[in-house]
Write a protein that binds this ligand. Structure first.
Ligand SMILES: [Mg+2]
Length: 341
């Protein structure tokens, strides 16, 4: 069942209004009367009329003037008008500025059938327009909803990405992120012909630590080491990642061997000065680390794996030589240019 539509009838003579109302009377119409152009304009602002039947000959403000004022108002501009006139020549009057198809004429004396026919057509158009507007609003709402869903999805993806690039225990980048960044920085340094340094380090006798203090303490130890290491890096492109169980690795783009040695030494000192008790360590009574490092200017034919392997060799050697120290190891596969300074 359609909602009753508001329709405005305007005529300066009450008896004409009565006749019109009588002819139009229908349960699906709500007929509102006005006896002047001014009154009509006032009512137009309060109602959402589907159609206006407008007497042309009225004192003070005639039907055309009233329509002209309706056209000037955004709210009333698109309301269809049927002019009711006794003068046939006025049907030739071109009412400018109104949408074609939104204006029609009826002639007095009124032909009931003609009146109803025209009114029905306008009301049908109005209903269709309303349905279309409702659909448009619905679609707009759907679009807003879709945009919202999309940004929610993007945010979830971002969080996922972040989660999968960070190590769950220590909160610093994980191995996956390390490998990705190593590739990126490798290419960047190759383009810029700058050295790239790697530092790989291992917590000394971590198994003995876990055995003595338990795994919870072990986790806490790794978190503190990670935080201390991450806190040492100064440049935005520097990164330290959890590389394996108790193994960490740092990428230092644009840093040569000498700079990397400075970083390695501060890492060693930073971990030792945390003062994490390690009674069973043959090295010291606190937790220490061993480090290996290497530097290279990346060139075609030389791969990140070569640099990793060299730094790992350094780490191996540092352990061999008694731990709690760093050793630098040259990256010398055929194509690599080691940074020997
Ligand atoms: Mg009149």
């Amino acid at each position: 069942m359609n909602k009753a539509l508001d329709i405005l009838i305007v005529d300066d003579r009450p008896e004409n209004l009565l006749t019109l109302e009588h002819l139009l009377e229908s349960p699906d119409l709500n007929i509102v009367r006005a006896t002047s152009g001014q009154e009509a304009l006032g009512l137009l602002l309060d109602h959402d009329f589907a159609l206006v039947l407008l007497d042309v000959q009225m004192p003070d403000m005639d039907g055309f003037e009233t329509a002209e004022l309706m056209r000037g108002n955004k709210r009333t501009r698109h309301i269809p008008i049927i002019f009711v006139t006794a003068n046939h020549t006025e049907s030739k009057h071109i009412f400018r500025g109104y949408d074609s198809g939104a204006v029609d004429y009826l002639f007095k004396p009124l032909d009931a059938q003609m009146l109803l026919c025209k009114v029905r057509i306008f009301l049908e158009i109005h209903r269709q327009r309303q349905a279309l507007q409702a659909k448009t609003r619905e679609l707009d709402a759907r679009i807003v909803e879709l945009h919202q869903l999309q940004s929610e999805l993007e945010e979830k993806n971002r969080q996922l990405q972040l989660l999968s690039s960070l190590d769950g225990l220590t909160g610093i980048p994980n191995r996956r992120q390390f490998d990705e960044m190593l590739g990126i920085e490798w290419n960047r340094m190759a383009r810029e012909r700058l050295p790239l340094s790697l530092v790989i380090l291992d917590v000394d006798h971590f198994k003995l630590y876990n055995d003595r203090y338990g795994h919870l303490a072990g986790d806490s130890c790794l978190r503190r080491v990670a935080t201390a290491l991450a806190g040492l890096l100064r440049r935005p492109a520097d990164m330290v990642a959890r590389y394996g169980g108790e193994e960490f690795a740092a990428i230092l783009p644009g840093t040569g061997l000498e700079g990397a040695k400075v970083v390695a030494e501060s890492m060693r000192q930073a971990v030792a000065s945390l003062g994490i008790e390690h009674q069973d360590s043959p090295v010291q009574s606190v937790v220490t680390v061993s480090l290996g490092l290497s530097a290279v200017v990346p060139l075609p034919g030389c791969a990140p794996a070569d640099l990793l392997q060299a730094a790992d060799q350094g780490l191996y050697q540092a352990k061999q030589e008694g731990r709690d120290r760093w050793i630098s190891f040259d990256c010398v596969p055929a194509a690599c240019t080691p940074v020997l300074t």
